[in-house]
Each structure stands twice: as structure tokens, then as C-alpha cells.
Design a protein around this ligand. Structure first.
Ligand code: NI
Length: 183
């Protein structure tokens, strides 16, 4: 089990477009496993590779996992883990839903984001097979959030400038404080 460090905003990598995965190599499979470990350890329901510093079109999601205490430590009971390679939204509904979104790269910050309620995503699984997934509700929101990451878009790009600037100021301040403590 490898929990990787998470890229925290502001970081220029979060603004970059990730590259398509040409083939599912053992490195990609190891990356996916480490991304699941990192996501569960950080209490997240989704993670994009850029958030662990890898600019590849790879995301993992599991909106149904839950923590369980075992031998005095908390472990993640997997719910419905899905790894998506080169995911692409091929259809979005007119209906929308609003969700109070957070992001592991924006620790402690949340904001309502409105997105299409249902989407259809095309992707490759870890066997390299072409798959299609119809998602609605929270899974749809989560997938759209992660697919955004691969295009250098973060959830605060969907909110008002005023709210975004407020959150960015807090993050810059937190980063400065952390640097001061380190030195
Ligand atoms: Ni995120």
C-alpha cells in the first residue's frame, strides 16, 4: 500500500492538461492501485492522476466505500471502485444538479457547483477494453469533477470569482504558514 503525497492548490500542475495513456502498462496499473490507496487514506471519493503529480489521463472513483475500524486502525472497505483510463464525456443531460463539492487539492474548502445531472462516459478499463458508463447523481458529479482535473480545470473554476478568490487567498496563506513552520 502506497499513499502518495497530494498536490495542493495553488500549484501550476493543477492547471495543466494531462496526456492520453497510450497503453496499459504495469506502471499504469501500479499508479491506479496507489491512487486508490491515496484516495481512501485521504477520505476522498475520487482522484485524478494529476493530483498525485502524474499528468496522465487516469482517474479513480468510489462513491460507496466506507471506513471500518479493525485492529485499532481504520481501513477502507471498498464499495464500487472504478478506474477509468482516457475517460471522455460523450453525453450530458439538460437536467442539472447542485452539489457541495470539495477536492483533496483544496483541503477544507467546499462550494456548491451546478453540473449536468446525468452523463455518459467512454473510457478504457485496466484490461484495455472500451467501456461505457451511464452515471447520475453523485457519481455523475464526481466523474465530471475528476475529468475536469485532466483538462486543468478545478471545481473553483465553476464558482463566482469572489468565492474563488476568497478560497485562493486562504490556500496561499495556509501554504505560507506551512512553509514558515517547515523552516
Ligand atoms: Ni478534485
Amino acid at each position: 500500500m502506497t499513499v502518495l503525497p497530494i498536490v495542493i492548490s495553488p500549484d501550476p500542475r493543477l492547471k495543466q492538461r494531462s496526456e492520453a495513456v497510450a497503453s496499459i502498462t504495469p506502471d499504469i496499473i501500479a499508479l491506479v492501485e496507489n491512487m486508490f490507496d491515496t484516495m481512501y487514506a485521504s477520505n476522498g471519493i475520487g482522484l485524478a492522476a494529476v493530483q498525485v503529480g502524474v499528468l496522465k489521463r487516469v482517474i479513480v472513483v468510489d462513491i460507496e466505500w466506507h471506513p471500518r475500524e479493525r485492529h485499532e486502525r481504520t481501513i477502507a472497505i471498498r464499495g464500487n471502485p472504478i478506474a477509468l483510463i482516457n475517460p471522455e464525456i460523450v453525453h450530458s443531460s439538460e437536467d442539472e444538479r447542485s452539489h457541495d463539492e470539495g477536492c483533496l487539492s483544496f483541503p477544507g474548502h467546499y462550494s456548491e457547483v451546478i453540473r449536468p445531472d446525468s452523463i455518459t462516459v467512454r473510457y478504457q478499463n485496466l484490461q484495455g477494453e472500451e467501456c461505457t458508463l451511464d452515471a447520475t447523481g453523485l457519481l455523475s458529479t464526481c466523474l465530471q469533477h475528476e475529468i475536469d482535473h485532466m483538462n486543468g480545470i478545478v471545481f473553483v473554476d465553476h464558482i463566482s470569482r469572489l468565492k474563488r478568490e476568497f478560497i485562493m487567498r486562504k490556500l496561499i496563506k495556509a501554504q505560507k504558514n506551512a512553509t514558515n513552520l517547515d523552516s
